[in-house]
Design a protein around this ligand. Structure first.
Ligand code: AHR
Length: 363
């Protein structure tokens, strides 16, 4: 009997101990499972993007950062397409290479952006990649320079400058100025520092000058690419100053090239200015966006600038708003632009019967 009681007590103790062990095991398992669950929840949370903001995603392929104009243009896009205004801007700088732009567009297509905005470096060579964007159903807005494609349904619309008109207005200013200086057209010896060859800005500005040279009987001594940069502008001007000793007009296809040309003139012992008869070399250019350009107009080292307006961000935004509202924007939208000069006596220029005011930058 006593032995039976001892056995029973022993059995119950083991039983109680087992239960405790069982309870401990259960508790540990719950703990482990709980931890594991919360760990796996964490991983899942990290993989799933946060509640999707309702942003319009724009892939923007920018040419590069070659000039003051381009920097202003990039800033205009960046400050327009911000998250607080409902946009996500994917900005790709192509460093002046078309291949980089083509790669960027393909990446935008893969990422299924809502819109592609392209500032093309040159006009040709876009048919294939724009065809891919069209097949993917992504609207393409071309900005600043144009594309030259067989089928214009490959892009939704374009907004930018009339580069040839800019040139024609600047050349009308030059004609008027030279007449006031009583210059014989045959004594006007011009060199052209061109922009990026094959870009709309270069094509329009080079063509505008060539037409004016023929029309007015001026002499175009040479045309050399300056790629829209100050360094290349200086190099190009220096080379031409070595080659020709009779240059009296340097036509630069943007302001940065003009800054370089002025440096080259100074290095060659010449002065940039409007007193051609007194031996100065007249410098003219395009853009008019930087403080330095304004300062050069005021001090006379640049005589005339054909404005090129870089503030395309709000224009592209308006186009996107129209498209979002189901409207069809104009296929081509030209920006209105002025002519700037520090010379007070020419207050307007006329092209094809239309008069355009010249904005005088006071001393
Ligand atoms: O396409 C616009 C031109 O490109 C600007 O005149 C020039 O400065 C820029 O780099």
């Amino acid at each position: 009997m006593a032995a039976g009681v001892v056995f029973l007590v022993g059995f119950l103790q083991i039983e109680v101990m087992n239960k405790n062990i069982f309870s401990i095991i259960c508790f540990c398992m719950i703990l482990i499972t709980g931890c594991a669950q919360s760990a796996s929840r964490k991983v899942v949370n990290e993989q799933v993007p946060e509640a999707k903001e309702d942003l319009i995603v724009i892939g923007f392929s920018q040419v590069g950062a070659e000039s003051d104009w381009r920097k202003e243009n990039s800033e205009s896009m960046r400050s327009t397409f911000t998250r607080d205004k409902g946009y996500e801007l994917i900005f790709e700088d192509a460093q002046q290479k078309q291949q980089n732009q083509i790669t960027a567009i393909r990446t935008f297509i893969q990422r299924e952006v809502d819109y592609i905005v392209l500032a093309p470096v040159t006009e040709d060579g876009w048919d294939t990649v724009l065809g891919e964007a069209k097949d993917a159903g992504i609207p393409v807005i071309i900005v600043d320079r144009m594309v030259n494609v067989d089928d214009d349904s490959l892009f939704t619309c374009w907004v930018g400058s009339d580069f040839k008109l800019e040139s024609r207005k600047a050349c009308a200013w030059l004609k008027s100025y030279l007449e006031r200086q009583h210059m014989d057209p045959g004594d006007v010896n011009i060199v052209d520092i061109q922009g990026t060859i094959g870009s709309s800005a270069q094509i329009g500005r080079t063509t505008g000058l060539r037409d004016a040279v023929i029309e007015n009987g001026w002499r175009l001594l040479d045309a050399v690419p300056g790629e829209y940069t100050q360094a290349k502008g200086r190099e190009a001007a220096a080379r031409m100053l070595e080659k020709y000793d009779n240059i009296n007009v340097v036509y630069c296809e943007n302001d940065n090239e003009a800054f370089g040309a002025i440096e080259a003139l100074e290095a060659a012992g010449k002065k940039a200015g409007g007193n051609i008869r007194g031996g100065e070399v007249l410098v003219m250019s395009f853009d008019g966006v930087s403080r330095q350009a304004l300062e050069n107009l005021r001090n006379g080292s640049i005589s005339c600038i054909g404005e090129c307006n870089p503030l395309h961000g709000p224009r592209v935004k308006k186009i996107i708003e129209n498209l979002e509202a189901g409207q069809t924007p104009d296929k081509y939208e030209y920006v209105e632009e002025d002519v700037f000069s520090g010379y007070e006596r020419i207050t307007e220029v006329t092209v094809d019967g239309t008069s355009y005011p010249v904005k005088i930058m006071g001393k």
